[in-house]
Design a protein around this ligand. Structure first.
Ligand code: FES
Length: 273
């Protein structure tokens, strides 16, 4: 007899959804998916793990946006950069493709209780969770400054949309093709120095490391979404080691998919990541 398991309001669910829209945006593909129960449970910073036919490991994808209702019901948007066989397969599928996924997974960004000044730094496709995070922070009365950075213009995520999501927006490209030239790491001190209370960041480790260090120098809290390969995404395989320093100052390794992906920036052992 089938056993019915009660699932909490934020616990992940494993579902088969459908790709209901797909569009190219520079080097990325934005996919809109139905995934019954996932949009309702989503919190900024959590991710989904998508199954790819023929591959055991699943692909972890940042959630860029959720819609509570649409012609298809609740949907979520994910951003894919087609770099390997799994992401290339996903990015090439047409509307109507069934998509098996588990989510939302991981710990989300913690939101401040008070309306503080927040700096959000998102690099490349990892900027995706910064947009729903900016919305939540604005609802709480926080002043949101958003930095969207990328190696070049084609990898800059939703720069136009960023201007609707934040009080101020800084666009950076490493090659100077749009916005200011340089990486978020290059400009970290200058960005954090602007009376920021909390810094949120998602992107490659060097960017996170620089931003977290700048936050520490300027007396701000930082939370970083660390991208580590997550073969299962559910805490079972232990294949996503994230070295941290615990509250007790003891070095330990946690699972990025369950104890992360969001952790305090000053807790990550960047030297061994
Ligand atoms: S990806 Fe399997 S435990 Fe984290």
């Amino acid at each position: 007899m089938a056993e019915r398991v009660a699932v909490g309001p934020h616990e992940p669910v494993h579902v088969v959804g459908e790709m209901v829209a797909t569009r190219r945006a520079g080097a990325y593909r934005h996919l809109t998916l139905t995934a019954p129960g996932v949009p309702e449970r989503f919190r900024a910073g959590t991710f989904v793990a998508v199954s790819v036919p023929g591959h055991t490991a699943r692909r972890a994808l940042w959630v860029h946006r959720v819609r509570a209702s649409s012609a298809y019901g609740p949907t979520l948007d994910v951003v894919v950069e087609p770099t390997g066989p799994g992401t290339t397969w996903l990015a090439s599928q047409p509307v109507g493709t069934p998509v098996t996924l588990t989510g939302p997974l991981g710990r989300p960004f913690a939101l401040p209780k008070d309306p503080v000044a927040c700096l959000l730094v998102g690099d490349g496709y990892a900027a995706a969770p910064m947009f729903p995070l900016a919305e939540r922070l604005r609802e709480r009365g926080c002043a949101v400054a958003l930095v969207v950075s990328a190696p070049d213009e084609s990898r800059l995520l939703s720069a136009l949309e960023a201007r609707r999501s934040a009080r101020s927006v800084t666009v950076l490209t490493a090659d100077g093709s749009v916005g200011r030239r340089g990486t978020a790491a290059d400009h970290a001190d200058e960005l954090v120095a602007r009376d920021v209370d909390v810094v949120y960041a998602a992107g490659p480790a060097p960017v996170l490391r620089a931003v977290a260090a700048a936050a520490e120098r300027h007396g701000a809290w930082s939370q970083v979404a660390v991208e580590v390969p997550t073969p299962c995404g559910t805490g079972l395989c232990h294949g996503c080691p994230l070295p941290v320093v615990g509250e007790d100052s003891v070095d330990r390794v946690v699972r990025a998919c369950t104890e992360g992906p969001v952790v305090r920036g000053d807790r990550v052992r960047w030297d061994v990541l």
